[in-house]
Design a protein around this ligand. Structure first.
Ligand SMILES: [Zn+2]
Ligand SMILES: [Zn+2]
Length: 510
């Protein structure tokens, strides 16, 4: 695989250094400061001249560390990793890019209809039985006065899954055309925003934990909806792992001009990244939606909206706005709510007129005492360890960024990816409570109701997910001075060349 490096010409480097000495921050697109000309990358400016933007084909910004690197056309089965933080930045699947995910997506639609229409579980307690569906849990929580928790459970299990399945179906049908129609990028963007909130796989684990707790209390029959949900979990994961988002985006042409927020027209030219000298990082911006990298003629501000992406029309900015402050505020709110989430009971269990409140730790102890050690460990990990790991991890990342620390940047980037991935699994306990309160309604013989702990715990989970969403991991590298000018120095190899091509694995079967 040809992975020749991109390097700025010495003349360009000198000119960039001169441009920096003029003053920081004032050379945003459209500023009046006159920067010098750089060979191979035009930054010359005349008053009233139409602004220009280069869309760089074959270039990518690592979403975790903000390192711009060249990613050559990948072969089937090949994976591209970031050269600096080792996160995955590209992957080409071996399956057909549209037909395979489309088949899984159609299967998901059928399975979802089965899951929502068929009964979930039937509980038989001393001859009295009660059957519930997927919607009974949120309904019972709503009836008991836990409206926000009911909405969260309903959204994650019944509202968001059909929306994301439909969105993916529409995008894949659009991608089967020769070029992607103009409305498809908007659907794709909404899909990517909503997908983390469809939590069928976490709900399945909640069903499993609820079942283990109930078999001690009464006779439980599993309905067809549970099997449909288990299959839906597999087909949705299969859709995500077979769809090639990169190839879909490549079917959308890059517009020849875009407009800035002030209405100014900017001419866009598509350039092969292998055929040009590397512009300084401060002039590059990538679209977080479709990944297209654009090079401006001037240094760009960090957090302002720079305009629309010439390929997908998403708002483009270099970094998420107020990333650190918003993350700290959400983590602090999560810390405050974590105390009642563990001190207050999440549910009250009454059996034969006896019983009381159960906290999250009581639930783990109960599973351990019934002999379900693996499940007890799993719930302990998801409900106790994961929230603590997220709060401590995000706090340490914010602290290190604030201090501008360069310590363990690669490990911190890995930790961020882990936190982002495991965050939703803490919802197991909330889903379990929703299933139990829906099923067990037999007055004094057996009754389960939700308690304030479940509201506090659900809030902690949502706040930590939101905090991880707000935090832009690239600012850790910015604060350490690793993006921009310092990036070139730190990554210079002994031979003076700049290592900016992604690490590629060998293709499958090669
Ligand atoms: Zn990286
Ligand atoms: Zn885009």
């Amino acid at each position: 695989m040809n992975s020749a490096d991109l390097k700025p010409a010495p003349a360009a480097a000198r000119a960039i250094a001169r441009a920096r000495s003029v003053g920081d921050g004032a050379r945003a697109l459209g500023s009046r400061v006159l920067p010098p000309k750089v060979k191979g990358f035009r930054i010359g400016h005349r008053r009233g001249r139409t602004a220009k933007l280069h869309a760089l084909d074959g270039m990518c910004e690592c979403p975790t560390c903000g390192y711009f690197q060249r990613v050559p056309e990948l072969e089937p089965g090949q994976v591209a990793d970031c050269r600096r933080c080792h996160g995955q930045i590209g992957r080409r699947h071996t399956n057909p890019p549209v037909s395979t995910p489309l088949a899984f997506c159609v299967a998901s639609a059928v399975l979802y209809l089965t899951a929502i229409l068929e009964p979930l579980m039937t509980l038989d307690l001393y001859g009295r039985d009660h059957t519930v569906t997927l919607l009974t849990g949120p309904y019972e929580l709503w009836r008991e006065g836990w409206g926000p928790v009911a909405l969260l459970v309903a959204a994650a299990t019944a509202i968001v899954p059909p929306i994301v399945i439909t969105q993916m179906l529409v995008v894949l049908l659009a991608a089967s055309r020769k070029t992607l129609p103009g409305w498809a990028p908007g659907v794709m963007r909404r899909y990517e925003r909503l997908r983390p909130w469809s939590m069928i796989e976490v709900y399945m684990l909640g069903v499993f934990v609820a079942y283990t707790k109930l078999i001690d209390l009464a006779r439980v029959e599993v309905g067809p909806a549970v099997y449909a949900l288990a299959a839906l979990m597999v087909t949705m994961a299969a859709t995500d792992s077979t769809v090639d988002v990169d190839l879909i985006w490549k079917k959308r042409r890059v517009s020849r001009f875009v407009r800035r927020p002030n209405g100014q027209r900017v001419i866009v030219s598509l350039i092969d990244a292998t055929e040009m000298e590397l512009p300084p990082a401060q002039r590059l911006v990538s679209c977080t939606s479709c990944g297209l990298v654009c090079a401006s003629e001037y240094d760009l501000p960090q957090e302002d909206v720079l305009g629309r992406c010439p390929r997908c029309q998403a708002s483009v900015r270099r970094r998420k706005p107020q990333s650190l402050a918003r993350c700290v505020a959400l983590v602090l709110a999560a810390v405050v709510l974590y105390i009642p989430a563990n001190l207050y009971p999440v549910m009250t269990i009454i059996k034969l007129n006896r019983g009381g409140g159960y906290t999250i730790m009581d639930g783990v102890r109960g599973l351990y005492e019934t002999g379900a050690l693996p499940l007890a460990l799993l719930v302990f990990f998801a409900s106790i360890t994961v929230p603590v790991l997220k709060i401590l991890g995000l706090s340490s990342m914010c602290w290190c960024t604030w201090r501008g620390s360069r310590i363990r940047l690669v490990d911190r980037s890995r930790l961020f990816r882990l936190i982002d991935f495991i965050g939703r699994w803490s919802m197991i306990d909330v889903f379990m409570v929703s299933i139990l309160v829906a099923l067990v309604h037999f007055g004094g013989i057996g009754n389960i109701t939700a308690d304030p702990g479940v509201f506090a715990f659900a809030s902690v989970v949502v706040l930590t997910i939101a905090a991880a969403n707000c935090f832009d991991p690239r600012v850790m590298w910015d604060a350490a001075g690793m993006n921009g000018a310092a990036l070139d120095r730190s990554e210079t190899r002994p031979d003076g060349q700049h290592a900016v091509a992604a690490c590629l694995t060998e293709p499958v079967g090669a």
